[in-house]
Design a protein around this ligand. Structure first.
Ligand code: TNX
Length: 483
Protein backbone atom coordinates (compact mmCIF):
# COMPACT_ATOMS: atom_id res chain seq x y z
CA UNK A 1 0.00 0.00 0.00
CA UNK A 2 1.28 3.53 -0.70
CA UNK A 3 2.05 5.79 2.27
CA UNK A 4 -1.14 7.56 3.21
CA UNK A 5 0.68 9.64 5.81
CA UNK A 6 4.15 11.09 6.09
CA UNK A 7 6.24 10.29 9.15
CA UNK A 8 9.44 12.23 9.95
CA UNK A 9 11.86 10.87 11.04
CA UNK A 10 11.05 7.77 9.06
CA UNK A 11 10.46 4.75 11.35
CA UNK A 12 12.35 1.49 10.86
CA UNK A 13 9.30 -0.41 9.71
CA UNK A 14 5.87 0.86 8.66
CA UNK A 15 3.18 -1.51 7.48
CA UNK A 16 -0.05 0.16 6.33
CA UNK A 17 -2.93 -2.27 6.86
CA UNK A 18 -6.30 -2.69 5.18
CA UNK A 19 -9.35 -1.60 7.14
CA UNK A 20 -11.35 1.35 8.34
CA UNK A 21 -9.82 4.57 9.70
CA UNK A 22 -9.31 4.28 13.43
CA UNK A 23 -11.01 6.70 15.81
CA UNK A 24 -10.37 7.01 19.52
CA UNK A 25 -12.11 8.87 22.32
CA UNK A 26 -10.31 7.56 25.39
CA UNK A 27 -6.73 7.80 26.54
CA UNK A 28 -5.46 5.07 28.85
CA UNK A 29 -2.06 4.89 30.53
CA UNK A 30 -0.48 2.85 33.32
CA UNK A 31 -0.62 4.00 36.92
CA UNK A 32 3.03 4.71 37.76
CA UNK A 33 3.93 8.37 38.27
CA UNK A 34 5.90 8.44 35.01
CA UNK A 35 3.01 6.94 33.05
CA UNK A 36 0.52 9.36 34.60
CA UNK A 37 2.83 12.21 33.52
CA UNK A 38 2.95 10.71 30.05
CA UNK A 39 -0.86 10.70 29.97
CA UNK A 40 -0.86 14.42 30.77
CA UNK A 41 1.71 15.05 28.07
CA UNK A 42 -0.27 13.04 25.51
CA UNK A 43 -3.40 15.07 26.30
CA UNK A 44 -1.48 18.25 25.80
CA UNK A 45 0.34 17.23 22.62
CA UNK A 46 -2.85 15.91 21.00
CA UNK A 47 -5.10 18.76 22.14
CA UNK A 48 -5.09 20.47 18.75
CA UNK A 49 -6.18 17.20 17.13
CA UNK A 50 -8.75 15.83 19.54
CA UNK A 51 -9.73 16.27 23.18
CA UNK A 52 -8.72 13.32 25.37
CA UNK A 53 -8.66 13.01 29.15
CA UNK A 54 -6.19 10.45 30.49
CA UNK A 55 -7.32 7.52 32.65
CA UNK A 56 -4.86 5.33 34.56
CA UNK A 57 -5.12 1.57 34.91
CA UNK A 58 -2.79 -0.91 36.55
CA UNK A 59 -2.26 -2.98 33.42
CA UNK A 60 -3.68 -1.16 30.40
CA UNK A 61 -4.75 -3.33 27.46
CA UNK A 62 -5.64 -2.52 23.86
CA UNK A 63 -9.29 -1.45 23.73
CA UNK A 64 -11.46 -0.42 20.79
CA UNK A 65 -11.96 3.35 20.85
CA UNK A 66 -8.92 3.97 23.04
CA UNK A 67 -5.39 5.26 22.60
CA UNK A 68 -3.44 3.07 25.02
CA UNK A 69 0.16 3.48 26.22
CA UNK A 70 1.57 0.27 27.68
CA UNK A 71 4.97 -0.37 29.24
CA UNK A 72 6.34 -3.80 28.42
CA UNK A 73 9.62 -5.34 29.45
CA UNK A 74 10.97 -5.75 25.95
CA UNK A 75 12.90 -3.61 23.51
CA UNK A 76 16.05 -1.54 23.20
CA UNK A 77 16.10 1.91 24.86
CA UNK A 78 13.77 4.39 23.16
CA UNK A 79 12.19 1.82 20.86
CA UNK A 80 8.42 1.45 20.53
CA UNK A 81 5.64 -0.06 18.47
CA UNK A 82 2.35 1.50 17.40
CA UNK A 83 -0.54 -0.58 16.13
CA UNK A 84 -3.76 1.04 14.99
CA UNK A 85 -6.76 -1.09 14.06
CA UNK A 86 -10.10 -2.39 15.34
CA UNK A 87 -8.55 -2.70 18.78
CA UNK A 88 -7.86 1.06 18.93
CA UNK A 89 -4.37 2.54 18.94
CA UNK A 90 -1.82 0.75 21.08
CA UNK A 91 1.63 2.19 21.83
CA UNK A 92 4.04 -0.22 23.52
CA UNK A 93 7.59 0.33 24.70
CA UNK A 94 10.07 -0.93 27.26
CA UNK A 95 10.69 2.54 28.68
CA UNK A 96 9.02 5.94 28.99
CA UNK A 97 11.33 7.38 26.31
CA UNK A 98 9.92 4.80 23.90
CA UNK A 99 6.35 5.69 24.84
CA UNK A 100 7.12 9.37 24.21
CA UNK A 101 8.56 8.52 20.81
CA UNK A 102 5.37 6.57 20.12
CA UNK A 103 3.37 9.64 21.12
CA UNK A 104 5.27 11.78 18.60
CA UNK A 105 4.49 9.22 15.91
CA UNK A 106 0.81 9.02 16.87
CA UNK A 107 0.60 12.80 16.71
CA UNK A 108 1.95 12.74 13.14
CA UNK A 109 -0.49 9.93 12.23
CA UNK A 110 -3.31 12.38 13.02
CA UNK A 111 -1.87 14.87 10.51
CA UNK A 112 -2.20 17.86 12.85
CA UNK A 113 -3.29 21.06 11.17
CA UNK A 114 -5.43 19.27 8.56
CA UNK A 115 -8.58 18.70 10.63
CA UNK A 116 -8.22 14.91 10.40
CA UNK A 117 -9.53 13.06 13.47
CA UNK A 118 -8.71 9.44 12.59
CA UNK A 119 -5.59 7.46 11.73
CA UNK A 120 -5.23 4.75 9.12
CA UNK A 121 -4.72 1.16 10.30
CA UNK A 122 -1.01 0.61 10.62
CA UNK A 123 1.73 -1.28 12.41
CA UNK A 124 4.96 0.59 13.14
CA UNK A 125 8.12 -0.78 14.72
CA UNK A 126 10.74 1.79 15.46
CA UNK A 127 13.99 2.44 17.32
CA UNK A 128 16.63 5.17 17.23
CA UNK A 129 19.81 4.64 15.20
CA UNK A 130 21.84 6.94 17.47
CA UNK A 131 21.38 7.62 21.17
CA UNK A 132 22.33 11.33 21.18
CA UNK A 133 20.07 13.49 19.04
CA UNK A 134 20.50 17.12 19.96
CA UNK A 135 20.14 20.75 19.04
CA UNK A 136 22.77 23.22 20.16
CA UNK A 137 21.14 26.63 20.60
CA UNK A 138 22.97 29.92 21.17
CA UNK A 139 20.99 32.14 23.53
CA UNK A 140 24.03 34.34 24.17
CA UNK A 141 24.32 36.34 20.93
CA UNK A 142 20.60 36.98 21.09
CA UNK A 143 18.56 35.93 24.07
CA UNK A 144 15.61 33.57 23.79
CA UNK A 145 13.56 33.22 26.96
CA UNK A 146 11.42 30.48 28.51
CA UNK A 147 8.39 30.81 26.19
CA UNK A 148 10.53 30.69 23.07
CA UNK A 149 12.56 27.83 24.47
CA UNK A 150 9.35 25.90 25.21
CA UNK A 151 8.44 26.21 21.54
CA UNK A 152 11.87 24.92 20.52
CA UNK A 153 11.61 22.02 22.99
CA UNK A 154 8.25 20.98 21.54
CA UNK A 155 9.72 21.02 18.05
CA UNK A 156 12.55 18.82 19.29
CA UNK A 157 10.11 16.36 20.85
CA UNK A 158 8.09 16.26 17.60
CA UNK A 159 11.19 14.95 15.84
CA UNK A 160 12.40 12.60 18.57
CA UNK A 161 15.38 14.64 19.61
CA UNK A 162 16.56 14.02 23.18
CA UNK A 163 19.11 16.76 23.93
CA UNK A 164 18.90 20.56 24.08
CA UNK A 165 22.39 22.01 24.39
CA UNK A 166 22.16 25.64 25.56
CA UNK A 167 25.06 27.99 24.80
CA UNK A 168 24.65 30.19 27.88
CA UNK A 169 27.61 32.54 27.71
CA UNK A 170 29.64 34.28 25.07
CA UNK A 171 31.39 37.58 24.44
CA UNK A 172 28.10 39.44 24.06
CA UNK A 173 26.18 38.26 27.12
CA UNK A 174 25.85 35.98 30.15
CA UNK A 175 22.50 34.20 30.24
CA UNK A 176 22.13 32.34 33.50
CA UNK A 177 21.99 33.70 37.03
CA UNK A 178 24.33 31.55 39.11
CA UNK A 179 24.19 31.92 42.90
CA UNK A 180 27.97 32.23 43.36
CA UNK A 181 28.33 35.21 41.00
CA UNK A 182 25.18 37.32 40.61
CA UNK A 183 27.33 40.07 39.07
CA UNK A 184 27.61 38.01 35.88
CA UNK A 185 23.99 38.67 34.93
CA UNK A 186 23.79 41.99 36.76
CA UNK A 187 26.53 43.43 34.59
CA UNK A 188 26.47 41.24 31.49
CA UNK A 189 22.93 39.84 31.28
CA UNK A 190 21.34 42.68 29.35
CA UNK A 191 23.66 43.07 26.38
CA UNK A 192 23.38 41.31 23.01
CA UNK A 193 24.62 41.56 19.43
CA UNK A 194 24.09 44.96 17.78
CA UNK A 195 22.93 46.52 21.06
CA UNK A 196 19.70 44.50 20.90
CA UNK A 197 18.00 43.73 24.20
CA UNK A 198 19.57 40.85 26.10
CA UNK A 199 18.13 38.93 29.01
CA UNK A 200 18.92 35.95 31.14
CA UNK A 201 17.38 32.93 32.85
CA UNK A 202 17.00 33.08 36.60
CA UNK A 203 18.02 29.89 38.36
CA UNK A 204 14.32 29.16 38.93
CA UNK A 205 13.52 29.68 35.23
CA UNK A 206 16.38 27.43 34.27
CA UNK A 207 15.16 24.68 36.61
CA UNK A 208 11.64 25.01 35.24
CA UNK A 209 12.99 24.79 31.72
CA UNK A 210 15.00 21.68 32.53
CA UNK A 211 11.86 20.07 34.00
CA UNK A 212 9.72 21.10 31.00
CA UNK A 213 12.30 19.52 28.70
CA UNK A 214 12.63 16.38 30.83
CA UNK A 215 8.88 15.80 30.74
CA UNK A 216 9.25 15.73 26.94
CA UNK A 217 12.20 13.37 26.94
CA UNK A 218 14.83 16.04 26.45
CA UNK A 219 17.96 16.47 28.55
CA UNK A 220 19.36 19.97 28.85
CA UNK A 221 23.14 20.19 28.44
CA UNK A 222 24.29 23.65 29.55
CA UNK A 223 27.41 25.23 28.10
CA UNK A 224 29.57 27.90 29.68
CA UNK A 225 32.13 28.67 26.99
CA UNK A 226 35.73 28.94 28.27
CA UNK A 227 38.58 29.79 28.02
CA UNK A 228 37.65 31.99 25.03
CA UNK A 229 34.33 33.69 24.23
CA UNK A 230 34.45 35.21 27.72
CA UNK A 231 34.17 38.96 27.20
CA UNK A 232 30.87 39.08 29.09
CA UNK A 233 32.48 37.31 32.06
CA UNK A 234 35.51 39.62 32.00
CA UNK A 235 33.24 42.66 31.78
CA UNK A 236 31.37 41.52 34.90
CA UNK A 237 34.42 40.22 36.81
CA UNK A 238 37.47 42.40 36.11
CA UNK A 239 39.51 40.25 38.51
CA UNK A 240 39.61 37.75 35.63
CA UNK A 241 41.75 40.11 33.53
CA UNK A 242 45.51 40.67 34.00
CA UNK A 243 45.08 44.45 34.35
CA UNK A 244 42.08 44.16 36.67
CA UNK A 245 40.21 46.47 34.33
CA UNK A 246 36.84 45.50 32.91
CA UNK A 247 36.69 45.43 29.12
CA UNK A 248 33.72 47.18 27.49
CA UNK A 249 30.51 45.42 26.65
CA UNK A 250 30.91 43.74 23.27
CA UNK A 251 28.10 43.72 20.72
CA UNK A 252 29.95 42.75 17.54
CA UNK A 253 30.14 39.26 16.05
CA UNK A 254 33.86 38.68 15.51
CA UNK A 255 35.19 35.82 17.60
CA UNK A 256 38.42 34.71 19.20
CA UNK A 257 39.69 37.83 20.98
CA UNK A 258 38.73 37.28 24.62
CA UNK A 259 40.31 34.81 27.02
CA UNK A 260 40.81 33.71 30.57
CA UNK A 261 44.28 33.79 32.07
CA UNK A 262 45.53 30.62 33.72
CA UNK A 263 47.88 32.33 36.17
CA UNK A 264 45.43 34.75 37.79
CA UNK A 265 44.27 33.82 41.30
CA UNK A 266 40.60 34.42 40.41
CA UNK A 267 40.53 32.09 37.41
CA UNK A 268 40.34 28.63 38.91
CA UNK A 269 37.84 29.63 41.63
CA UNK A 270 35.68 31.19 38.89
CA UNK A 271 35.67 27.93 36.95
CA UNK A 272 34.90 25.87 40.05
CA UNK A 273 32.10 28.24 41.08
CA UNK A 274 30.30 28.44 37.76
CA UNK A 275 30.57 24.76 36.86
CA UNK A 276 29.72 23.81 40.46
CA UNK A 277 26.58 25.98 40.38
CA UNK A 278 25.66 24.69 36.95
CA UNK A 279 26.06 21.10 38.15
CA UNK A 280 23.76 21.81 41.11
CA UNK A 281 21.09 23.20 38.79
CA UNK A 282 21.37 20.48 36.16
CA UNK A 283 20.12 16.91 36.66
CA UNK A 284 21.64 15.66 33.37
CA UNK A 285 25.01 13.91 33.30
CA UNK A 286 26.86 16.40 31.08
CA UNK A 287 28.22 19.94 31.25
CA UNK A 288 29.73 21.60 28.17
CA UNK A 289 32.91 23.64 28.67
CA UNK A 290 33.05 25.19 25.20
CA UNK A 291 36.75 25.39 24.35
CA UNK A 292 36.33 26.73 20.81
CA UNK A 293 38.15 29.43 18.90
CA UNK A 294 40.73 30.74 21.32
CA UNK A 295 42.88 32.39 18.72
CA UNK A 296 45.28 34.32 20.89
CA UNK A 297 46.61 31.87 23.47
CA UNK A 298 49.65 29.63 23.78
CA UNK A 299 48.72 25.99 23.50
CA UNK A 300 50.15 25.20 26.95
CA UNK A 301 47.96 27.80 28.64
CA UNK A 302 44.94 26.58 26.66
CA UNK A 303 45.67 23.04 27.83
CA UNK A 304 45.89 24.17 31.47
CA UNK A 305 42.61 26.08 31.26
CA UNK A 306 40.77 23.22 29.56
CA UNK A 307 42.10 20.90 32.24
CA UNK A 308 40.95 23.27 35.01
CA UNK A 309 37.45 23.51 33.52
CA UNK A 310 37.23 19.75 32.92
CA UNK A 311 38.37 19.05 36.46
CA UNK A 312 35.79 21.46 37.86
CA UNK A 313 33.08 19.62 35.91
CA UNK A 314 34.23 16.16 36.98
CA UNK A 315 34.64 17.22 40.61
CA UNK A 316 31.05 18.44 40.48
CA UNK A 317 30.03 14.91 39.46
CA UNK A 318 29.37 15.56 35.77
CA UNK A 319 30.89 14.42 32.50
CA UNK A 320 32.74 16.79 30.17
CA UNK A 321 31.83 17.84 26.64
CA UNK A 322 33.76 20.39 24.64
CA UNK A 323 34.06 21.66 21.09
CA UNK A 324 36.62 19.90 18.89
CA UNK A 325 39.51 22.19 19.87
CA UNK A 326 39.72 20.44 23.25
CA UNK A 327 40.83 17.28 21.43
CA UNK A 328 44.11 19.01 20.56
CA UNK A 329 45.21 18.70 24.20
CA UNK A 330 45.37 15.63 26.50
CA UNK A 331 41.90 14.53 27.73
CA UNK A 332 40.59 12.02 30.23
CA UNK A 333 39.10 8.92 28.58
CA UNK A 334 35.35 9.27 28.11
CA UNK A 335 35.49 13.01 27.40
CA UNK A 336 32.99 13.95 24.71
CA UNK A 337 34.31 15.94 21.76
CA UNK A 338 31.93 17.86 19.51
CA UNK A 339 32.97 18.11 15.87
CA UNK A 340 31.99 21.34 14.16
CA UNK A 341 34.63 22.63 11.78
CA UNK A 342 35.78 20.72 8.76
CA UNK A 343 39.55 21.27 8.75
CA UNK A 344 42.17 19.92 6.41
CA UNK A 345 43.93 17.98 9.12
CA UNK A 346 41.49 16.19 11.39
CA UNK A 347 44.00 13.58 12.53
CA UNK A 348 43.72 14.82 16.13
CA UNK A 349 40.26 13.22 16.15
CA UNK A 350 41.72 9.77 15.51
CA UNK A 351 44.22 10.31 18.29
CA UNK A 352 41.49 11.41 20.68
CA UNK A 353 39.44 8.34 19.68
CA UNK A 354 42.40 6.08 20.49
CA UNK A 355 42.67 7.81 23.86
CA UNK A 356 39.04 6.96 24.63
CA UNK A 357 37.14 10.09 23.60
CA UNK A 358 33.59 9.88 22.31
CA UNK A 359 32.07 12.15 19.68
CA UNK A 360 29.07 14.23 18.77
CA UNK A 361 28.83 15.23 15.14
CA UNK A 362 27.82 18.80 14.23
CA UNK A 363 29.51 19.39 10.89
CA UNK A 364 29.19 23.09 10.06
CA UNK A 365 28.62 22.42 6.38
CA UNK A 366 25.64 20.12 7.09
CA UNK A 367 24.24 20.60 10.57
CA UNK A 368 24.78 24.33 11.21
CA UNK A 369 21.26 25.59 10.78
CA UNK A 370 22.39 29.20 11.09
CA UNK A 371 24.01 28.86 7.66
CA UNK A 372 21.97 30.50 4.90
CA UNK A 373 19.82 28.15 2.82
CA UNK A 374 21.15 29.80 -0.32
CA UNK A 375 22.93 32.87 -1.64
CA UNK A 376 21.10 36.02 -0.66
CA UNK A 377 18.99 34.42 2.07
CA UNK A 378 18.09 37.27 4.44
CA UNK A 379 19.08 35.49 7.66
CA UNK A 380 22.14 33.57 8.74
CA UNK A 381 25.86 33.33 8.05
CA UNK A 382 27.80 31.55 5.34
CA UNK A 383 31.25 30.76 6.65
CA UNK A 384 30.60 27.01 6.29
CA UNK A 385 28.83 27.43 2.94
CA UNK A 386 25.15 27.40 2.13
CA UNK A 387 23.09 24.63 3.68
CA UNK A 388 20.08 23.89 1.51
CA UNK A 389 17.63 21.29 2.85
CA UNK A 390 19.15 18.46 0.83
CA UNK A 391 22.62 19.17 2.21
CA UNK A 392 21.34 19.04 5.78
CA UNK A 393 19.78 15.65 4.95
CA UNK A 394 22.49 13.82 3.03
CA UNK A 395 25.28 12.85 5.40
CA UNK A 396 26.22 9.94 7.60
CA UNK A 397 27.42 10.81 11.11
CA UNK A 398 29.21 7.54 11.79
CA UNK A 399 31.41 7.85 8.70
CA UNK A 400 32.45 11.50 8.78
CA UNK A 401 35.99 11.42 10.10
CA UNK A 402 38.78 8.97 9.31
CA UNK A 403 39.93 7.17 12.42
CA UNK A 404 36.77 7.81 14.42
CA UNK A 405 35.04 4.44 14.63
CA UNK A 406 31.23 4.27 14.53
CA UNK A 407 31.15 2.90 18.11
CA UNK A 408 32.76 6.11 19.39
CA UNK A 409 30.02 8.29 17.85
CA UNK A 410 27.36 9.06 20.46
CA UNK A 411 25.24 10.90 17.96
CA UNK A 412 24.40 14.15 16.28
CA UNK A 413 23.68 17.75 17.16
CA UNK A 414 22.25 20.33 14.84
CA UNK A 415 23.41 23.79 15.86
CA UNK A 416 21.93 27.22 15.52
CA UNK A 417 23.93 30.33 16.35
CA UNK A 418 22.04 33.55 16.70
CA UNK A 419 24.28 36.41 15.56
CA UNK A 420 21.68 37.30 12.90
CA UNK A 421 18.58 35.81 14.54
CA UNK A 422 16.55 38.14 16.73
CA UNK A 423 13.05 36.74 16.94
CA UNK A 424 11.37 33.38 17.32
CA UNK A 425 10.26 33.69 13.68
CA UNK A 426 13.91 34.16 12.64
CA UNK A 427 14.89 31.14 14.68
CA UNK A 428 12.20 28.76 13.43
CA UNK A 429 12.75 29.95 9.84
CA UNK A 430 16.29 28.59 10.13
CA UNK A 431 15.20 25.43 11.98
CA UNK A 432 12.25 24.42 9.83
CA UNK A 433 12.46 22.31 7.82
CA UNK A 434 16.17 21.51 8.35
CA UNK A 435 15.68 20.42 11.96
CA UNK A 436 13.54 17.57 10.62
CA UNK A 437 16.24 16.60 8.12
CA UNK A 438 18.93 16.34 10.79
CA UNK A 439 16.48 14.43 13.00
CA UNK A 440 16.19 11.78 10.32
CA UNK A 441 19.99 11.61 9.95
CA UNK A 442 20.20 10.84 13.67
CA UNK A 443 17.17 8.58 14.05
CA UNK A 444 16.76 6.60 10.83
CA UNK A 445 19.39 4.06 9.77
CA UNK A 446 21.31 5.07 6.64
CA UNK A 447 19.87 2.27 4.50
CA UNK A 448 16.35 3.63 5.10
CA UNK A 449 17.12 7.23 4.24
CA UNK A 450 16.29 8.53 0.79
CA UNK A 451 16.34 12.19 -0.20
CA UNK A 452 13.51 12.05 -2.78
CA UNK A 453 11.30 10.22 -0.34
CA UNK A 454 12.14 12.70 2.44
CA UNK A 455 11.42 15.65 0.16
CA UNK A 456 7.92 14.22 -0.39
CA UNK A 457 7.26 13.46 3.27
CA UNK A 458 8.48 16.72 4.74
CA UNK A 459 5.80 18.72 2.89
CA UNK A 460 3.14 17.06 5.03
CA UNK A 461 4.42 18.76 8.20
CA UNK A 462 3.66 22.28 6.95
CA UNK A 463 -0.03 22.36 8.01
CA UNK A 464 0.98 21.62 11.61
CA UNK A 465 3.65 24.34 11.62
CA UNK A 466 1.18 26.82 10.14
CA UNK A 467 -1.54 25.90 12.65
CA UNK A 468 0.97 26.52 15.43
CA UNK A 469 2.00 29.86 13.97
CA UNK A 470 5.57 28.70 13.37
CA UNK A 471 7.47 30.47 10.62
CA UNK A 472 9.34 28.09 8.28
CA UNK A 473 11.30 28.38 5.09
CA UNK A 474 9.52 26.74 2.15
CA UNK A 475 12.80 25.21 1.04
CA UNK A 476 13.29 23.98 -2.51
CA UNK A 477 12.60 21.61 -4.15
CA UNK A 478 9.79 20.50 -1.85
CA UNK A 479 6.24 20.92 -3.14
CA UNK A 480 4.84 22.64 -0.05
CA UNK A 481 1.06 22.62 0.23
CA UNK A 482 -0.71 25.96 -0.28
CA UNK A 483 -1.32 27.64 3.07
C1 TNX B 1 31.50 29.16 15.10
S1 TNX B 1 30.78 26.59 16.38
C2 TNX B 1 31.40 29.27 16.48
C3 TNX B 1 30.42 30.21 17.06
C4 TNX B 1 29.72 31.01 16.01
C5 TNX B 1 29.37 30.12 14.84
C6 TNX B 1 28.57 30.79 13.79
C7 TNX B 1 31.69 27.14 17.39
C8 TNX B 1 32.18 26.17 18.34
N1 TNX B 1 32.03 28.43 17.34
O1 TNX B 1 31.05 31.03 18.00
O2 TNX B 1 28.57 31.55 16.56
O3 TNX B 1 30.57 29.64 14.28
O4 TNX B 1 28.13 29.89 12.83
Amino acid sequence: MPDPIALVPLPRRVQWLPGEPVRVEHLIVGDSAAEVALGKLATERLRSVLPLTPRSEADPQATAGALVFRLTDAGEPGSYTVTAGEHGILVEAGDIAGLRHGLATVRQLFQPGTGTTSVPPVRIEDAPALGWRGLSLDIARHFFGPDELHTVIELLADHKYNVLHLHLSDDQGWRIDLPSHPELVDRSGKSAVDGDPGGYLTAAEYRELVAFAAARGITVVPEIDVPGHVNAALHAMPELTPTGEAPDVYTGIEVGFSKLTADLPATEPFLRDVFGDLADLTPGDYLHIGGDEVLTMEKSEYARLVDMAARAVRDAGKQVIGWQEIATVPLEPGTVVQYWEPKEDLSFFAEAARAGARFIMSPGSKAYLDMKYHEGFPLGLQWAGFVPLQVSYEWEPTALIDGVPAEAVLGVEAAVWTETLRTLDDLTTMLLPRLAAVAEVAWTPADRRDWDDFAQRIAALAPDWRARGLAFHPAEPVAWPEG
